[in-house]
Design a protein around this ligand. Sequence first.
Ligand SMILES: [Zn+2]
Length: 436
Amino acid sequence: MDELTTLLDSAGLMVAEHASRPMNSETRRQTILACQQLLDRVRIAQSTLIADATTNSDWAGTGARNIADWLAGTTKSSYNDAKRKEQLGNALNKSKHLADAVNSGAVSPDAADALADAVNNPPNTATAADIADLVNASEGATPREAKQAASRWREILSTETEEQAHTRRHNARTVTNTVACDGMITTTITLPVLQARQLLNAINHAAGEPVEGDTRTNTQRLADGTITLAQLYNSGQLIPGRANPNIVIVIPVDGFTGTTNEPGHTPWGDRIPAHVVRETAKNATLQRIIMAGSKILDLGRQTRYATHDHYLALVARDGHCRYKNCTTPAAWCEIDHITQWQHGGTTNINNEWLLCPFHHQQRHKPGTTITGNANNTQINLPNGTTINCPPHGANNRKPEPSQRTQPDTPPSTTASPPPPGSTPTHTPTQNWTHVA
Ligand SMILES: [Zn+2]
């Protein structure tokens, strides 16, 4: 062992030996603090070493695929933990300002960890001075505050459009599961805010209101709602509810018509980009509210952007999602305008078709265009591929029992959300902040 490794080894032994001695409360608190300082210093040093080892390919010849893999495999520690240290080391190497702030104690290693991704992958326009600003703003911050500062900082420096930001968030959607442990699995779901609200709304609705004597916690009640949704879906009883609006989005009329890009907001204060509200509106109920200041002057009747008759006609013509080889049932599809309404497209079945939520999203990706008409439609992808998407007709796929429309009953099929998230549709409400 060289001098440094011998020193580290004996420091560890000394700490362990001293920590096992009897001590009073004050001394114990001080010792805990001193241990934390030592751990922080060592973590910073180790993170920088890991980053340097990556740069120098020090894992080569060990059989590991990178240095984090080598460390995790050799010490039976967490691979993700080693990767995080590498990221922190990269950030410290990249920004001397951050390294100085951490070494002086102005920014804690945990807060630096929260800043690492912003420092390593800053927006294109960010300069070293911008990164220094972020570090300064994070002095004395908790990791959570540092993460929020980094997120706000990204927003300010970002040159991406609303559409690009939306696409980036959409691409970050995930559902992950842990391995089963003590008979339990933890599922983590990450979704753009509107879809997350839809999911939570559906879970909350399926869970039902707590009744008197209900001893469940709120999280247990939501777990029950999730189980109910899954069981209904698995037993084929989940009837999509086109006529069951349960997310309200308020948007100024200019944002709604595309004159401006003023966003909409949910009752929870979530900001929903204008183009997402416009897309969502095609499958929702609309209500106009004319306001003078905070006073409501007129409340319009609720109308559906695409009527139920339209929808039934589209089900008959399209059968299911129109994208090539996609067989997502019509009940889970959304109505899309072939020529967008902000480009003069009208709301009639000759300009409408059914796409599942995934392909609806694909169709609106930058660089994707549509050619043809409602009966002979092509999607042209940015890579030059043209995909023919003919109507399938109602007989192409037998409707499932839950999709059959019964006469004399209110609309009961949906053009809205994907399985198994279930029923929610949205109710964007038009809002006019002043009257001429
Ligand atoms: Zn599809």
